[in-house]
Every structure is written in structure tokens, then in C-alpha cells.
Write a protein that binds this ligand. Structure first.
Ligand SMILES: NC(=O)NCCC(=O)O
Length: 384
């Protein structure tokens, strides 16, 4: 079987492992065999007609005496680009709006309260090319751009918080480009924006050619459905980046991404899951699917022959919980919508059990980190 026809670990396990062993296998692999979310027939049929993977799961928490359950439904959307990368810019953007819009409509049928799209969802992941045009033309104002106006309509229509990661053009600062997640409240107003803190310099991910390291810190958005942070793509390799969103109170941290098989697939199932465990919160990892071809060949100074694509984006979007459990992943090859129902009370329940926040030695780390970034830092190494 080729890498392009291997749909998911879960499908293969379900096809080949006997029922009794499958249950135990899922417990070991995923922490528990999560309850499936019953989704409306209209949503299931629409997903079939529109040709995307639709899955739903429930993360439960124990009942408490003083606090009611804090239930929220989250939707993660992964997709291929719709038009070829040399189609006119506006046509590409409009086609993606249409495709993702029809997926959001299904999310609404499933009762989703907060939806998050993949990194730079309105464009091909053209940062590999290092060419400026036409790719910088995909950049838009976070507050007034075409895409934000589109998301405001979705948010209002479906009473849904929309997390929309775009390439941002910041006109009031000389047209600076940023890699930004715009958070639109379910009221239809822009709640704010959060910029990607870490820029990859690995393989074909030549993103420093395009945008700057974010300057919005680890901002957390208080929505009607819970406090959310957005740790964009490469930030997932940085445990302190996750940690700081959680320090600011994030109950759910989204990780909209764009990453390919050869580079990161072995890391994918570990990093967001570990962050959920370490920070007593939920994490949502989203990756695009498909292979995107660019007319002009490019190289990345790594000795490889010039090529026209980054390789295959492997989807596999999933949600991880503070107790170490996780949902199955969406397809590696198809567009998909993952709907999860979370009880946010689980965060405090697990915090009270494991006490990572309480036992963290933050003053000690802060003191040592402060010294470690000084020019005259002396590593604390004892030698004979
Ligand atoms: N978009 C992005 O930051 N990709 C880098 C590759 C990775 O982090 O796996």
C-alpha cells in the first residue's frame, strides 16, 4: 500500500484487529475508547454528499457537587486547497471560502460552538517557494479583510466562535506581514488576534521570507464557551509556548498547522497530546491534507533536487484531553470535520489529581531562565 492510500491508523486497526482486542488496543493507544458523539443524520448525509470525513467523540468529566458540567462542542476543519496554485488569487480564496463554508454549515448542524480552521487556510502553503508574488497578495487585514468579513457572517449565522488563521497584512505598521489567527466571537464581532510566535526554518518551510515573529504574546480569548488560546503550527514543538497559553488561563489551545509526512508525522500524535497532559487543558491539532504543486521549482539549500511540491500534508487532526486520552485522528488523505464534546471541568479535576500546576517550580525556572539568557551565563555543570 502506498502512503497516499493509507487513510488512517484507526481504519486499519478496525479492519484487521478482532473486536475484543480492539477495545484494549484503543485503551492503550488513546487512553480510553471514547464514546462516539451521536451526530444528526442530516449532518452525516451532508458530509457524504460533500465528500468529507465526519467524526464525533465525547470527552466526559465526573459530576461535581458545586459546579455544573461545562460542556462545549468544538469543530476542527482540515481541507485540501480547491483550485490549482496558479489560478487567480481571488478565485482561490473564494473557492476555499465556499468549501470551508459548506463544512461549517455541517458543523452547525452538529451543534459546534467553536470552530477552528487550518493554518493559512485561505491559500496554498506557498512559503516553500520563497517567491513573493503572487503569495503576498493572499495577505489580508485581520480586522477588515475579505476573509474576516466572511467569518463574521458565519459566526453570526451559526452563533459560533470562529478561529480563522490567515496571512495578515498589518497596514498600520507599514504593511507588515504576520501569520495570524483571527478570533471572531459568536456575536459576529472580532474578539482579537493572536500571531504565530515561532517561525520554522526547517526543510522547505521557508516561512521567514514572508512574515515576522508574532508580538501578541500568549493572549487568551474569553469566549462564551470557554477560554481559548491559539498556538500556531511550529509553536507546537515548543513546550514553553503551550505552557504560557495555559499560564494565561487557556482551557482549550488550538494548534492550526500545515505540515508534511516526511518532516513531522512521527511527532504529530505526541506533541499536542503531551501539551494537554502537561498543562491540564484540552488541545486541538489541525493539519491540512493533499499535495500542492507550484509552477516554478524550488530548493531549500539542503542538497535536494529542485522540486515542485512540499510533499503530502497528512491531515490526522485530533483532540487531546488533560487526562492523557485523545480522539482518533481524522483521515490522512481526505477533507474532514472532527466534532468533539468536551466537559471543561475535566481540566480542574485532572489538575487536582496530578497537581502539575501546583508542583511546578516556576520561581526556580524563572530565576534560572533569566540567568540563562544573559551573555555571562555559566551553565550549572559540576565537574570532577
Ligand atoms: N507551518 C509550519 O510552521 N510548519 C513547520 C513544520 C512543522 O512544524 O511540522
Amino acid at each position: 500500500m502506498s502512503e497516499s492510500s493509507f487513510e488512517s491508523v484507526e481504519k486499519t486497526l478496525e479492519a484487521h484487529v478482532p473486536e475484543a482486542e480492539l477495545k484494549e488496543l484503543k485503551r492503550i493507544l488513546y487512553g480510553k475508547d471514547l464514546k462516539k458523539l451521536i451526530l444528526p443524520q442530516s449532518a452525516v448525509e451532508a458530509a457524504q454528499d460533500r465528500d468529507f470525513d465526519l467524526q464525533g467523540y465525547v470527552f466526559e468529566a465526573a459530576p461535581e457537587q458545586l459546579r455544573p458540567p461545562k460542556i462545549v462542542r468544538v469543530g476542527l476543519i482540515q481541507n485540501k486547497i480547491v483550485l490549482p496554485t496558479d489560478a487567480p488569487v481571488l478565485d482561490q480564496i473564494t473557492a476555499l471560502h465556499k468549501r470551508v463554508g459548506e463544512m461549517v454549515e455541517v458543523a452547525a448542524l452538529c451543534g459546534v460552538n467553536i470552530v477552528c480552521f487550518q493554518e493559512a487556510w485561505t491559500m496554498p502553503f506557498a512559503f516553500c517557494t520563497r517567491e513573493k508574488g503572487p503569495w503576498t497578495e493572499f495577505a489580508e487585514s485581520a480586522e477588515e479583510g475579505l476573509t474576516t468579513r466572511f467569518c463574521k457572517e458565519l459566526a453570526k449565522k451559526y452563533n459560533m466562535v470562529v478561529v480563522s488563521p490567515i496571512l495578515e497584512r498589518d497596514e498600520i505598521h507599514g504593511g507588515t506581514l504576520w501569520n495570524t489567527a483571527v478570533v471572531v466571537s459568536n456575536s459576529g464581532n472580532v474578539l482579537g488576534k493572536s500571531r504565530k510566535n515561532h517561525i520554522p526554518r526547517v526543510g522547505d518551510f521557508n516561512e521567514s521570507t514572508y512574515y515576522m515573529e508574532g508580538n501578541t504574546g500568549h493572549r487568551v480569548f474569553q469566549t462564551q464557551f470557554g477560554k481559548i488560546g491559539v498556538n500556531i503550527c511550529f509553536g507546537r514543538h515548543h513546550p514553553l509556548n503551550w505552557f504560557m497559553y495555559s499560564m494565561h488561563g487557556a482551557e482549550i489551545i488550538f494548534n492550526p498547522s500545515a505540515t508534511v509526512i516526511a518532516l513531522s508525522e512521527p511527532m504529530w500524535s505526541i506533541e499536542a497530546r503531551n501539551a494537554a497532559i502537561a498543562n491540564h487543558c484540552f488541545t486541538c491539532a489541525i493539519n491540512r491534507v493533499g499535495t500542492e504543486y507550484f509552477k516554478n521549482e524550488f530548493t531549500s539549500g539542503d542538497g535536494k533536487k529542485a522540486h515542485h511540491d512540499l510533499g503530502r500534508f497528512y491531515g490526522s487532526s485530533y483532540v487531546a484531553a488533560p487526562d492523557g486520552s485523545r480522539s482518533p485522528g481524522l483521515s490522512r488523505i481526505r477533507d474532514g470535520l472532527l466534532v468533539v464534546e468536551l466537559d471543561l471541568n475535566l481540566n480542574q479535576q485532572i489538575a487536582d489529581k496530578w497537581n502539575f500546576k501546583m508542583t511546578g517550580r516556576y520561581e526556580m525556572y524563572a530565576d534560572e531562565l533569566t540567568k540563562a539568557v544573559q551573555d555571562d551565563f555559566k551553565p550549572n555543570i559540576v565537574k570532577e
